[in-house]
Design a protein around this ligand. Structure first.
Ligand SMILES: [Zn+2]
Length: 384
């Protein structure tokens, strides 16, 4: 067995404590003080280090030149190693609005990558962002491919993903037939997030009552708050639901992040990156979601100036939310680990450091620099 000795780990209750973490295969066997290692155990001394649960990104389109919508399984595997190096142990590759044929092909590629056995960060499911969104709030999604949903669309996606991969979908609740579709997706085992939407608050409340459990990149690509019409953004602040934030200081002003924190607390915020393929690269121009995108000073925009995803790393989002709001680091980690795990129904498997859960965690120095990442008990990155 592998024993990570004498580090400080983040407990599921939210504080750091001294403890020895013992791994058995892909799982955490125990966490205790002064574990008595046997001579055949591999003991790694991590004195003065912090151990946090691996970060979980449930909204990412790609990085280092790879786009999960168009790349081959082997390339998505390479991408998963980049994520692991940056502290992410699970992710949901996220597709853009596209034709059914193209979306289905992306799902098949992602599924093949998830089964490769060579992954860094685990692929825990797929997030389909669109095509059932509002043309008025499409952001950088292609207008001519936006459409209304049919139950068969959900059947087909579930058929491709099978039972091992979770499915999450971003939809605009105001589209015709959407309340029935939301209920149908949930009945099929999917998870619904509301976004790219021009809905009023009442429509958003109905969608939450129908089972939607989160809001996609709160305040971005959605109707904002007006004092006589709270809009979908106002509903997101008031509902008992999760809200994603792209916490790069560009997509949402730091004071608005503070406002979200005041309204929702650390328990209902999910940090995501919405990262696009230029993440981890120099400024460049590229095609993203079928549209020309220019990346300048790390900000990605279409030719008309619309933001087109981010180049954010999830570990930096964690630092940013602490800085912007004063949220303790322990809670900030929660917004990028157990909260996203809950939103897609994998919190019994991962998202915190506890016996019986997957050995998904990150070892850091006291300055929060990443020294090592373990995914499913496998050391996938280490400078130790
Ligand atoms: Zn996105």
């Amino acid at each position: 067995m592998i024993v990570l000795k004498s580090g400080k780990y983040l407990t599921p209750n939210g504080g750091f404590e001294d403890g020895d973490i013992v791994l058995h295969g892909s799982e955490i066997a125990s966490v205790s003080k002064n574990f008595d290692a046997r001579s055949d155990d591999e003991v790694i001394d991590i004195r003065d280090c912090l151990v946090i649960p691996g970060l979980i990104d449930i909204h990412t389109h790609g990085a280092i030149g790879y786009d999960v919508s168009i790349n081959k399984p082997s390339e998505i595997v390479e991408l998963s190693k980049f994520y692991a190096k940056n502290g992410v142990t699970s992710f949901m590759p996220t597709t853009m609005t596209d034709t059914d044929v193209n979306i289905h092909q992306s799902l098949k590629n992602i599924k093949a990558a998830s089964e490769s056995g060579e992954l860094g960060a685990s692929i825990v499911g797929v997030h389909t962002e669109g095509p059932y969104i509002s043309p008025a709030r499409r952001g950088c999604h292609q207008a001519n491919l936006i459409r209304t949903p049919k139950p068969e669309d959900a059947d087909k996606i579930k058929e491709i993903l099978g039972t091992t991969l979770k499915w999450r979908i971003t939809v605009a609740p105001e589209l015709p037939g959407m309340m029935e579709f939301i209920k149908y997706v949930i009945k099929k085992g999917g998870y619904v997030s509301l976004g790219h939407s021009d809905a009023d608050a009442q429509t958003a409340y109905k969608a939450v009552a129908a089972g939607a459990n989160s809001f996609t990149h709160l305040f971005n690509a959605m109707k904002g708050i007006h004092h006589r019409e709270p809009g979908i953004a106002g509903a997101a602040l008031l509902c008992d639901s999760f809200a994603e934030i792209i916490c790069d200081g560009i997509h949402v002003n730091p004071d608005i992040v503070k406002l979200i924190y005041k309204a929702k607390g650390a328990g209902q915020i999910i940090l995501i990156t919405d990262s696009m393929p230029a993440t981890g690269m120099k400024d460049c121009s590229l095609i993203f979601g079928g549209i020309n995108v220019i990346v300048k000073d790390g900000t990605a925009r279409t030719e008309d100036g619309t933001l087109a995803g981010s180049t954010l790393l999830l570990k930096n989002a964690v630092e940013n939310i602490s800085k912007f709001t004063g949220m303790p680091f322990e809670d900030a980690v929660r917004t990028a680990s157990i909260n996203p795990a809950k939103a897609i129904g994998i919190d019994h498997v991962t998202g915190s450091i506890a016996p019986g859960k997957c050995a998904d965690f990150v070892i850091m120095d006291s300055g929060h620099n990443i020294l090592g990442t373990y995914c499913r008990g496998k050391k996938v990155y280490s400078v130790l």
